[in-house]
Design a protein around this ligand. Structure first.
Ligand code: UPG
Length: 409
């Protein structure tokens, strides 16, 4: 399915943030690659970090003259149950795939190539394991790139071997961190490229305090009381239970603390519903825990407002490819308390942009310290903003893509 409802974006609009010289450099690099056309393929346009990136990346690539499209594969519950198993196994869970599950996975991708996807570009970027096998069933006269978004530091070997075989025929693979590159990765090019946020998107643009207040009022959140926030899909790896545990310890010291758990139900994540129910049960009858989802009309603007209203942002993930929810919080000058996992370690620099905490108790201690110290929050927040500006914004991401494409040409 071709995603068409993309907003118009122009790289020149980013001049005020990055300066004319840098933007011109990007435009010049793109001019040399005008013969390239690109199609991104992933498995959902709703919810999650990959869709978040493509909504900005695709229109911005078009604005620099590289014709870029975005296609989403289709699949039923049966297919997405298998792909979620693959996702979990690649992040380290010991889950085996049966022959029948492998068949469902491959057949659905074959069906998409034959019936659904238009793959007429010179280069195809395939995101994550869900659509990885399309290469096997499509024409070969293209350059194929696989972009992995998950934490591949300790994959379950049998599933990784199955996936790595499907990578044969791909020209390049892209990982967020060097430590995710495995010796069995068969692509000639292995590229490290962290993801990014778009400073001008509705998710990240500046909001007036009156807009933020209006949104908080709508959900019954008190801006005068401490607000802890975790933005994450409901998924065992994101560990919303740990965020609740941290909040409960903080509440002993600051009884009026509120916790916002913001989540959206991605269409390619059937496990989300199960975990949603579990989290509701775990939260119990506590009226200071707010479970805020797209089912309650929480959209990008609302997420932006919650992030801007937060006193401290938590990210208690047990595995995290990168963690754009962290990037977004740092961009909004919020200190982040997080477990030192995957890409979080590139973002939360202990004592500089936030605090790393292995256990719930440590995380609660750091959070209490930050609630007590507004000056420290301000200092860490300012550092976090500068850190994101330097390393993790969309224009830098585009430049990385251009450099990679130049290698592949
Ligand atoms: N989000 C919403 N609404 C919600 C909840 C989340 O808009 O109610 C957004 C959130 O603001 C963020 C995105 O969804 O933009 C979530 O991204 P991320 O925190 O990165 O997590 P994943 O969805 O799990 O994304 C995968 C990887 C992650 C990596 C990302 C991009 O798990 O580690 O950063 O892909 O490569």
């Amino acid at each position: 399915m071709l995603i068409q409802d993309l907003s118009h974006k122009n790289i020149k609009d980013y001049t005020s943030i990055y300066g004319e010289e840098y933007i011109n450099r990007i435009v010049e690099k793109a001019e040399k690659l005008r013969d390239i056309t690109l199609t991104h393929v992933n498995s959902t346009s709703l919810g999650g970090g990959v869709a978040e990136i493509l909504y900005s990346l695709v229109p911005l690539m078009n604005s620099i003259g590289i014709t870029t499209r975005w296609e989403v594969i289709k699949g039923g519950n049966e297919f997405f149950n298998v792909t979620k198993k693959i996702h979990n196994a690649l992040q380290g869970a010991e889950i085996d795939l049966s022959d029948e599950e492998k068949r469902i996975y491959l057949e659905n991708n074959k069906w998409n190539v034959e019936n659904e996807l238009v793959l007429d570009s010179t280069h195809i970027v395939v995101h994550d394991p869900q659509p990885l096998p399309i290469r096997k069933f499509a024409e070969n006269n293209k350059k194929w790139i696989w972009r992995c978004h998950i934490d591949l530091s300790t994959p379950y070997k049998p599933v990784w071997l199955f996936i790595s075989q499907l990578l044969r025929g791909y020209e390049a693979s892209i990982f967020h961190l060097k430590e995710y590159i495995h010796p069995e990765t068969p692509t000639p090019i292995k590229y490290v490229m962290p993801p990014s946020i778009d400073p001008l998107s509705d998710k990240n643009k500046e909001l007036s305090w009156s807009t933020i207040e209006k949104i908080l009022n709508r959900y019954g959140i008190d801006p005068e009381k401490p607000i802890l926030l975790q933005v994450a899909r409901f998924d065992p790896w994101k560990d919303p239970f740990a965020a609740i545990d941290v909040y409960r310890l903080v509440k002993k010291e600051f009884p009026d603390t509120q916790l916002l758990l913001v989540t959206s139900m991605a269409t390619d994540d059937p496990e989300g519903w199960i975990y949603y129910e579990k989290t509701l049960k775990y939260a119990g009858m506590d009226e200071d825990i707010f479970i805020l989802t797209n089912l309650k009309n929480v959209g990008t603007l609302e997420v932006n407002a919650f992030q801007r209203a937060a006193t401290v942002v938590l990210q208690m993930s047990r595995r995290e490819g990168f963690g754009l929810a962290v990037t977004e919080a740092l961009w909004k000058r919020k200190p982040v308390v997080a477990r030192p996992r995957g890409g979080i370690k590139l973002q939360v620099i202990d004592g500089v942009t936030g605090h790393l905490a292995e256990t719930v108790e440590e995380a609660a201690k750091k959070t209490i310290y930050l609630i007590k110290n507004p000056q420290k929050r301000k200092e860490l927040g300012e550092n976090g903003y500068k850190h994101v500006l330097k390393h993790f914004t969309i224009v830098r991401h585009i430049e990385n893509y251009l450099d990679l494409l130049a290698k592949i040409v």
